[in-house]
Design a protein. Structure first.
Length: 251
């Protein structure tokens, strides 16, 4: 059976974006990986945050087979997923001033740690303040966002700034404003969002860069194995025990 035209077009669009990010963001991806490697080597901790659908790439690198064991989700109740009812509440919470500071103040994050903030638009108060507050308390911040939004939309934060303005490293996902890659006759709205595909690939590339950087320094990075292969549970148990003071998804 031949593939429908829109489906094939979506794959082509996603592949094109991935190639652009690979080629044009190689420097920032390497810098982000090195920053995480620096943190791990120094005994620090790694946190990731995303709201709404931007939480999906964050969750994808936490407690993940083949992933770095030290990555922790910095969760904000109500914005992590669409399990909150009504789902629109999550979007509203992203625009609440002061929420990010309260989350950071009660989190285990401390100076010297690194925080990755993922936000497609980077224009809402929550990701902007998360980056601002994290840097204010001594964290390094990596932003994964679409710079196009900062060029074509207005910030919803009182400062008029975007996530990209408060990061030590920014990886541009190249997603166009609106996050819809396709149009077709008979479909009134643009469709085919690719931000999750691209941001998830960016996160895995950054973690791969971090692992490679650690190995280059003679440090065996604490990676998790799949629990569905023989010996995986035992391997993970040893890693989680050894690095338990830097892993917070078990408590």
């Amino acid at each position: 059976m031949s593939e429908s035209k829109p489906a094939g077009q979506f794959f082509d669009a996603a592949i094109g974006l991935l190639r652009r990010v690979r080629d044009e963001e190689a420097g920032p991806v390497a810098d982000a990986g090195a920053m995480i490697a620096d943190t791990v080597a120094a005994g620090g901790r790694v946190f990731v945050f995303g709201a709404g659908h931007s939480s999906l790439p964050a969750q994808d690198v936490v407690y993940r087979a083949g992933g770095l064991a030290l990555v922790n989700l910095l969760a904000v109740p109500g914005v992590v997923g669409i399990d909150v009812m009504p789902a629109t509440l999550g979007s509203a919470l992203e625009r609440v001033d002061g929420l990010a500071g309260a989350v950071l103040d009660t989190s285990p994050a401390r100076p010297g740690d690194v925080l990755v903030v993922i936000s497609l638009s980077g224009r809402n108060s929550l990701p902007v303040e998360m980056a601002m507050n994290a840097r204010a308390i001594g964290l390094k911040v990596i932003g994964v966002t679409s710079v196009a939004y900062a060029e074509e939309t207005r910030s919803r934060h009182a400062s008029g700034t975007f996530l990209k303005d408060h990061c030590d490293v920014v990886v541009d996902t190249k997603i166009t404003v609106g996050d819809a890659e396709l149009t077709a006759e008979g479909i009134a709205a643009p469709f085919g969002p690719a931000s999750t595909v691209v941001a998830s690939a960016v996160m895995q590339a950054v973690m791969a860069a971090a692992a490679g950087e650690l190995a280059a320094r003679g440090i065996d990075p604490p990676m998790l194995r799949s629990g569905n292969v023989d010996g995986g549970h035992e391997w993970n148990g040893r890693v989680l025990e050894e690095y338990g003071d830097r892993i917070f998804f078990r408590h």
